[in-house]
Design a protein around this ligand. Structure first.
Ligand SMILES: [Zn+2]
Ligand SMILES: [Zn+2]
Length: 312
């Protein structure tokens, strides 16, 4: 009898441990309360720039913690220069031309019999784009500073601005939103075009699935910041974009809110967002940061934190 009771007790204990583990594993990465208290309310245009740490600093209510009136956000917005704008215009022009040329070369070679392998290689391209978006976003958010020569003002500045004024992206035009992402795809698209123009047809056919992979990868890398902009747009989005967001084909709005909970340490993937949950469960970003901090001694997000503090 005693043995049976002990057995039941063991079973109950194991069941409760399993339940706790399952609850921890499936718990939301950020709770509704964390989202409400530590991120900007982008779907409420009347309140989105006055959220403050009301409990601890009652007299600080008028100083915006986020939004276009944040002092640091204004300073960063003013650093957008004519030179930078020119670089973005050139990159957008080159990228769109290369994209059109490569699309032509690929579409004329599409055959019904290789459709399934084309879809698989295209899907791999999309997953890779999501991972790259996370890696680049994480690196820019976490390390470096706006004071770094060339890189800081031109490429890290938008990331700092985006955390303290998340809706500024919705006020950026097509060029400012997409210039940098279009730029990074240019070398791969050049190589693809070069291969299509110079290789003999049998070799092009042999490499065709790889070409489809690189083509989809380039398209989704180029589209990433546009998709990201849509994830911050709560008003006036076309119905088909909302449909794609709600069916998780592209980054959904509620999903991306998790990244915008201060201190912005997770959910960095912003193309489809498919990899965010698994990477969070693997503690991928945290492990990477711990290794880099122990090797270099640099604190993650030190510059991001400094800009967040420039409130008045
Ligand atoms: Zn970020
Ligand atoms: Zn964002």
């Amino acid at each position: 009898m005693t043995t049976m009771n002990t057995g039941v007790q063991h079973l109950e204990k194991a069941a409760s441990t399993a339940c706790t583990m399952a609850n921890n594993f499936l718990a939301p990465v950020k709770t509704e309360q964390q989202i409400y208290e530590n991120s900007m309310l982008e779907d409420d245009p009347n309140a989105n720039s006055v959220i403050t740490t009301t409990k601890t600093l009652p007299d600080d209510r008028t100083v915006p913690r986020w939004g276009p009136n944040h002092k640091g956000a204004r300073e960063l917005a003013n650093l957008y220069s004519t030179g930078k704008r020119t670089q973005e215009c050139i990159c957008v022009g080159i990228c769109i031309t290369l994209m059109a040329v490569n699309s032509f070369f690929i579409v004329i070679r599409l055959r019904l019999e290789n459709l399934s392998s084309i879809v698989i290689s295209a899907l791999c391209g999309i997953v890779t784009a999501d991972f790259i978006s996370g890696l680049v976003h994480w690196a820019a958010d976490t390390w470096g500073s706006v004071e770094l020569p060339i890189l800081g003002k031109n490429f890290l500045r938008p990331f700092r601005e985006h955390h303290i004024d998340p809706t500024s992206i919705t006020r950026h035009d097509f060029i400012e939103t997409n210039g940098d992402n279009f730029m990074v795809t240019i070398p791969a698209l050049c190589k693809l075009t070069w291969d299509f123009l110079t290789l003999p047809e049998p070799e092009i056919q042999q490499r065709f699935l790889w070409s489809c992979y690189w083509w989809q990868l380039a398209i989704f890398v180029a589209m990433t910041n546009q998709i990201h902009k849509w994830s911050h747009t709560y008003f006036g989005l076309p119905g088909w974009v909302v449909w794609l967001q709600e069916h998780r084909v592209i980054l959904p709005r509620r999903h991306h809110r998790v990244h915008h909970v201060a201190p912005h340490e997770t959910y960095f993937c912003i193309t489809t967002g498919w990899l965010n949950w698994p990477l969070e469960k693997l503690r991928f970003w945290y492990i990477l940061e711990t290794i880099i901090e122990s090797v270099t001694g640099y604190k993650p997000r030190a510059d991001d934190f400094k800009w967040a503090q420039k409130r008045s």
